[in-house]
Design a protein around this ligand. Structure first.
Ligand code: FVH
Length: 301
């Protein structure tokens, strides 16, 4: 080995030992992916899970299995919690909250904004996070994770958090990341429901979902462009029909309802779409853009 190679190796080892120690509490599908990404980046990683056997692969790769949550907390300067729900966090981590002092708690468990604030209240150095990714993309840039809570904690651990995926910080309210989470999940479920409904409709005519999918994907991409223009209208509080009026949308919505009924598939979803638009029309937005439905969602129409 040359001197240059020896130096390179020594530098790598020095960097590795400088990496902060991280604890991951919860080794479900997501927790294992988080711990795996941290291990791959060279972080000293301690793990805890109620069912200890789920740690086996991680331990084989160098993770330390803590026998109790208290031990796990003591081992890390950054404590990542990824459990099923807030009740699990209260039950497993709640009794050890005193041990969190001087460490940073990052709660990546899904929940409401209020639950995020409650758990964040256990310690001063705290972040709540939302994972907008599936386990297999954790550690890659396409995984995006949203955080809110202590700005100092985010700055201090930005690099480590970046090893899980791209990290965005929304400010001091620990509940805000959770709110973004559910709002974004709503987009996912709404979009998937529309795709599944469309697949059922075309399926009744003998079209395979895999033949429909490329068109659905192309259309979702076009529709996503509307969001930017409508966001500007929503923020201005005016909804000029620059593309199409709500009346024009409604005139076409009835075909989705009729075709669904004719195909013998569920009509609930298209009827709901139609009913929302009709409420906006009743509130005086017939000539406005589709963005005027924001008034319905705000409960004002
Ligand atoms: N998986 C995903 O794609 C999504 C992506 C978006 C974010 N979610 C959220 O991440 C949290 C964990 O999800 P998960 O996929 O890891 O879930 P599971 O594989 O079901 O693992 C659940 C873990 O929670 C442990 N657990 C449950 N109850 C308790 C309890 N009372 N005390 C201690 N631990 C508990 C469970 O332990 P065990 O069953 O293995 O013993 C697992 O470690 C979740 O908030 C998603 O919404 C993931």
């Amino acid at each position: 080995m040359t001197d240059a190679h020896t130096d390179e190796l020594a530098n790598e080892l020095a960097n590795e030992s400088a990496l902060e120690s991280v604890t991951v509490i919860g080794l479900g599908l997501m927790g294992r992916a988080l711990a795996s990404a941290l291990l791959a980046a060279g972080h000293p990683t301690t793990v805890w899970n109620r069912t200890a056997a789920k740690a086996d692969d991680l331990v084989a790769r160098g993770a330390t299995l803590a026998p109790t949550v208290g031990d796990a907390v003591r081992d890390g300067s950054l404590i990542i919690v990824c459990l099923a729900d807030a009740d699990a966090v209260r039950e497993a981590v709640g009794p050890h909250r005193a041990g969190l002092a001087g460490r940073t708690l990052v709660n990546l468990t899904s929940g409401t904004a209020e639950e995020a604030r409650e758990i964040a209240g256990w310690t001063a150095d705290r972040l709540d996070g939302a994972i907008m990714a599936t386990p297999e993309v954790i550690g890659r840039p396409e995984a995006f994770l949203l955080y809110s809570g202590s700005p100092d904690a985010f700055e201090k651990h930005r690099e480590t958090l970046g090893r899980l995926g791209s990290a965005t910080f929304f400010g001091a309210d620990p509940g805000l990341a959770s709110l973004y989470d559910v709002a974004l999940l709503g987009i996912m479920w709404g979009t998937l429901n529309a795709f599944l409904h469309g697949s059922a409709l075309l399926g009744a005519a003998g079209v395979k979902a895999s033949d429909f999918a490329p068109f659905a994907v192309q259309w979702v991409s076009s529709v996503s462009g509307f969001a930017t223009a409508y966001a500007a209208q929503i923020d201005r509080g005016g909804y000029p029909a620059e593309d199409a009026s709500l009346d024009t949308h409604i005139a076409t919505m009835k075909y989705l309802v009729r075709e669904s009924a004719a195909a013998g598939i569920d009509t609930d979803w298209p009827a709901r779409i139609q009913a929302l638009a009709e409420r906006a029309v009743q509130a005086g937005h017939a000539g406005a853009s589709y963005a005027s439905l924001i008034e319905v969602f705000r409960g004002r129409a």
